[in-house]
Each structure stands twice: as C-alpha cells, then as structure tokens.
Design a protein around this ligand. Structure first.
Ligand SMILES: [Zn+2]
Length: 225
C-alpha cells in the first residue's frame, strides 16, 4: 500500500530509499488533537486508519515522544518560512542541550549514590573486621587467664604438660603455670619458716643457748603450770 501525507501541498510518498518516514496519528487523544490542529486541515477533518503524516513536518526529521520536545507535534509545513524554520531549529537545539544536561546530572547523581553505597559497605566491612579482631583478642586473653589460674592443675601435671606437649602455645602456658607453682611453693616454704620462728617451742631456740636455757628453766615451767 502506498502511503501519502495528509498535509496539503506535501508531495511526499512512501517510496524505497526516500528517507522519509510515515507516521500514524497518535492514539493519545490530547496529542492526536494537537497534530490535527497543527496540520490545519479543513474544519471537522478527522484522520482514519490509513491517514499518515510524513517525517518532513518535524524539525529534526522525526517525531519525538517527549511532550517537552518541539517535535512532539509537527511544526514544519510547506508555508513555513525559512526564518521560522531557523527559529524552530534553535529552539530544538536548546531543548536537546537541556535534555543532555539533565541526563548528565542524573548520571552524576547515580554515580554519587553508588559511591556512597560503596563507602558504606566498606565502612561496615572494616567495622566487622575490627569487631572480630577485638573478639579474638578478648578470647585469647580470657583463655590465657584461665590457663594461668587453673586451680585443678597440679605442679606435677603442669610440668608433665610442659614436657609432653609439642604445641608452642601449650608449652608457654604450661611453663607459666609451672613458674607460678614454683613461686607459690617458695612462698609457702617462707611462710612455714616464718611461722616456725614465731612458734614458741624448744626447737625455736636450738641455735641460741641462752634462749634455750631460759626456755627450759622458766618458760616451760610456766607453761606446765
Ligand atoms: Zn508530509
């Protein structure tokens, strides 16, 4: 089927290689009415299913579906003057620049949002790693404290542990326990000596002849009484 343009005095026909597109009238009632008003047909004229409008009536050479675009509605006709066509082209260029600027702003905003989301993820990941390190350090300190203060482990078992295990950490722990046990034994021995000196007995004066004589003659008699 050969399409013809509904615009009066437009000679365009749909032929191969012409580079001209033929559009149906919009189904959107508001836009459809704007097209009808723009082509200035006879009063009461209404397009039918076969009615076509050629692309030569749009400034850019093709229709736009953006309501803000000058090419949303046809505006170039056989009676359009050259200065008028120039003004329409300038208006279209300004529109396209505004659209490009809006597009760049949207892209920059999207990049900024993505960057902020990435930074948030990185911060959360670092906080999680730090938290795990803190927990590990706390667990290690708690374990070491429990090993050092293990009341059920005797000095002998600690010594066995220090000599029989092969793990470096076990050896260090057992050595710590053994050292503590030795210190406790030394303190115990020292306390025993102190108590022995303070005890009032014959043995307390075995190295002191005068004291021993006094103990044997006076103090023991007193204690017997
Ligand atoms: Zn036409």
């Amino acid at each position: 089927m050969v399409h013809t343009c509904v615009v009066v005095r437009c000679k365009h026909r749909k032929t191969a290689g012409s580079g001209i597109s033929f559009y149906r009238f919009p189904t959107d009632e508001e836009r459809r009415q704007k097209w009808i008003n723009a082509i200035k047909c006879e009063p009461g004229w209404m397009p039918n299913d076969g009615s076509r409008l050629c692309s030569a009536h749009f400034i850019s050479g093709k229709q736009s579906r953006n309501p803000l675009s000058p090419d949303y509605v046809p505006s170039v006709f056989p009676d359009t003057t050259s200065p008028d066509k120039k003004r329409k082209r300038t208006a279209l260029e300004r529109f396209e620049k505004r659209e490009a600027l809006k597009l760049r702003r949207r892209e920059n905003a999207a990049k900024e949002t993505a960057a902020q989301a990435l930074m948030t993820l990185q911060t959360e990941a670092l906080e999680k790693v730090q938290m795990e390190q803190d927990l590990q350090e706390e667990a290690a300190e708690t374990l070491l404290s429990l090993q050092v203060h293990q009341p059920s482990m005797s000095c002998q078992s600690a010594q066995q542990a220090s000599t029989s295990t092969s793990s470096p950490s076990d050896t260090v722990s057992a050595a710590s326990i053994e050292l503590k046990c030795r210190r406790l034994l030394e303190e115990n021995h020292h306390l025993k000596e102190t108590v022995e000196h303070l005890s009032l007995s014959e043995n307390s004066f075995k190295d002191d002849d005068k004291a021993m004589k006094c103990w044997q003659t006076e103090v023991s008699t007193f204690m017997i009484q």
